[in-house]
Design a protein around this ligand. Sequence first.
Ligand SMILES: *Cc1c(COP(=O)(O)O)cnc(C)c1O
Ligand code: SF4
Length: 330
Amino acid sequence: MNGKSAIVPVPPPPAAGWQEELRGALRRAHELCAAVGVDPALGADSDFPVLAPWPLLRRIRPGDPADPILRQLLSSPEESLEVPGYGPDPLAEAAASPAPALIHKYHGRALLIATGACALHCRYCFRREFPYGAHARGRLQQALQALREAPDIGEIILSGGDPLSLDDTRLAALLTELEAIPHLHTLRLHTRFPIAIPQRVTPALLARLRASRLQVVSVVHVNHAQELDAHTATALRGLATLGPLLNQAVLLAGINDSVEALEALSRALFAQGVLPYYLHQLDRVRGAAHFAVDDARARALCAQLQARLPGYLLPRLAREEPGRAHKTLL
Ligand SMILES: *Cc1c(COP(=O)(O)O)cnc(C)c1O
Ligand code: SF4
């Protein structure tokens, strides 16, 4: 009507197995804009490249530059703004590692970076500048050795990167090594695969995890109700058969910083068998300042949320501070 012609999105490819979906993910800002039918000037390629898999892209509303999934995936010109207080290693993790792939800051539990690869790249990720090269394969053996020598660690958190980037063979080999460490009792998986590429949660994967002597806890990462659909429901229902299934979200300006969006998120998670766990304040990583919500507004949103939801659907508002032995509840 106004003389502007709509940009027609390119048609998505047919659905495939998880490894093909990962290989077929879009890796350039202009491709992502074309795929969802928005102006290519909204995107700008970055050193932390776009990684946008089709199963998630199909949940984007075509032609909407404000789409909450698109905003998490599209590298934008705003990322190159230098903002004071936003740096490359906001959590000072480099100083907390006894072995390069093991991050042991918190009592009783340690985080193992089994791989630097993810199913998608989230623009606000605090590990966007993490030196993953230094965490490569050979270092995993070093991390396992450090873990064997740390009897106070009972819970191992597989994080990343995304541990489900490892194929079933490598993951099973890692699990077998972990199961042989007598002081470990709990295995926590931090993964965004069930959201980004739900077909990763295969019956074989579930069977291997179910067979583990370790108690399994799964923590997924969903920021907006629109990220959930029938495919994620299948994947999440599968994970829920293993043990507790929790969500961590990040509070993101323009994506989920309204009481309506947060309420819808908690309800949509619950409908797929997931309980909210944390709502994180953004880590101050360079390039992500435009997603920040200040603490006063974050607290006000959570107070409003409390008036709308049962207690078990309220996430804990938290921030990670360098050098602290636990997350700081706000
Ligand atoms: C978040 C985090 C954990 C786990 O903390 P919980 O409060 O148990 O979820 C452990 N280690 C590190 C380094 C973390 O960032
Ligand atoms: S999946 Fe997690 S580790 Fe990977 S880019 Fe997103 S937030 Fe970062």
